[in-house]
Ligand binder design. Sequence first.
Ligand SMILES: NC(=O)c1ccc[n+]([C@@H]2O[C@H](COP(=O)([O-])OP(=O)(O)OC[C@H]3O[C@@H](n4cnc5c(N)ncnc54)[C@H](O)[C@@H]3O)[C@@H](O)[C@H]2O)c1
Ligand SMILES: O=C(O)C[C@H](O)C(=O)O
Ligand SMILES: [Mn+2]
Length: 540
Amino acid sequence: MKYTGLDLLNNHFLNKGTAFTKEERKDNKIEGLLPPFVQTLDQQVEQAYENYSNKDTFLAKRMYLMDLFNENVTLFYKLFSEHVNEFMPVVYDPTIADTIENYSHFFLDPQNAAYLSIDDQDDIEATLKNVSAGRDIKLIVVTDGEGILGIGDWGVQGVDISVGKLMVYTAAAGVDPKSVLPVVLDAGTNRKELLADDLYMGNHHERVTGDKYYNFVDKFVETAENLFPDMYLHFEDFGRSNAANILNKYKDQILTFNDDIQGTGIITLAGILGALNISKEKLTDQVYLSFGAGTAGAGITKRIFDAMVEEGLSEDEARKHFYLVDKQGLLFDDTEDLTPEQKPFTRQRSEFSNADELTNLEAVVKAVHPTILVGTSTQPGTFTEGVITEMAAHTERPIIFPLSNPTKLAEAKAEDLLKWTDGKALIATGIPVEPVEYNGVTYHIGQANNALVYPGLGLGSMAVNAKILSDGMINKAAHSLGGIVDPTQPGAAVLPPVSKLDEFSMTVAVGVAQQAIDEKLTDAKDAKQAVADIKWEPKY
Ligand SMILES: NC(=O)c1ccc[n+]([C@@H]2O[C@H](COP(=O)([O-])OP(=O)(O)OC[C@H]3O[C@@H](n4cnc5c(N)ncnc54)[C@H](O)[C@@H]3O)[C@@H](O)[C@H]2O)c1
Ligand SMILES: O=C(O)C[C@H](O)C(=O)O
Ligand SMILES: [Mn+2]
């Protein structure tokens, strides 16, 4: 179908705006609908960046960029690709949290997302057809909005996380924006302020749970699979009681991925390997403490555990290296309300003389002397000076990753961690942090955010249309981020910088595609070629 006239200008995939040439303007019946001077893409980028820079707040900058995206996808991604480091916190986390919390009030545009309601399940197929409009969909990011970052249940407003994650796929790894689809499953919300808000745009009822909920998810997955058989299905920010269930249900059947469980596991393992590369210690010598053992915490724990087993420990030996702390304190085998993902990593009370006192982080740190402390608790400021100095008293280079997002929920600030450990801590944070000066050294802080890895992982998997996402492919991704940072530099970061995201996304993509070929999960033969063939670039 050929779009002309206003239909062409209003199609954000095809629109070139002022870059339409004189001939194109004539051919497409848009002569006179644009100012006469024909701009290049670079000139458009310059102009857009000037506009962007004149906005005072991250929120205003984000809104400007979303408008630009809705006008002209090519220009948006060209601009994004030239300023990845600067735009990531605006397009994505942490600013995205503000737009999710205020979605129904800020609302201007549905941004080509599919809004699927548990109350209108007969519409699922029609919605997916309407929104894709004949496009060949290869990537869906779907959320049900129950566990958005660390800010909880935001119902249909969570759709912005699907939109934002997809933007990072394209900016970081060159996923073709015409081939993607953001989806929100609206099963209700338990946030009372939304239910009471007349302007709330989602279903005004509490979350539907149990069989009806899982059947809804099933119906969506089945319909999407039928319509888009080559699709890579990315689940994002589902609630703690559903995320792992859903992943376990589909991961051996279709090409699917849970970002909070698997993506976070990969990037945290990569960060730990980067830290050990600096301290020259072995993974199998580490004592690991997860503070907050929910979707991400348990997902990371399993990935680090698997890595220890790969490095030669038996499962029983490896398990002894792990401690989980959640709301109840240190998790024991007799603790109430354990999740299935926590159970394999619980401890026995008989291991401690003061087991009943191990109900807070500091007491646990005192008792178990962790060398690695990872925070996915959503509890800000919980890595206190007391906790950290106690940890640092028993290990030379403590590895400390406060990963809770957005910024306001981080367990600690990087500069405090450096101060409290006299510059010894090896740190990664969930959100971007400026380098920290301490005692004459500039410390670069790695960002252990799954955004550093899910784009490359997805692109590689899609490039070869792998049957499933295997543990081997996941493992390959985790080991693909080394070798970029020079670990001998004082203040070196544990992970490569976001400014090189496009570069290392390609390393991840090719590594993952090759792994799929090696495991015979695809008919493709040449990983590099397959990745090059599928990669999209923003140009006219
Ligand atoms: N950096 C990243 O890439 C990344 C990825 C995923 C999640 N996260 C962050 O991790 C956090 C958790 O996300 P999730 O999806 O695992 O959520 P979740 O709700 O599944 O898990 C949070 C866990 O923290 C526990 N918790 C709550 N209060 C606690 C307390 N006082 N002490 C100890 N534990 C407590 C909860 O019981 C739950 O088990 C969020 O802030 C999220 O933004 C970061
Ligand atoms: O979205 C992010 O920034 C990372 C992660 O998926 C999260 O839920 O916090
Ligand atoms: Mn997430």
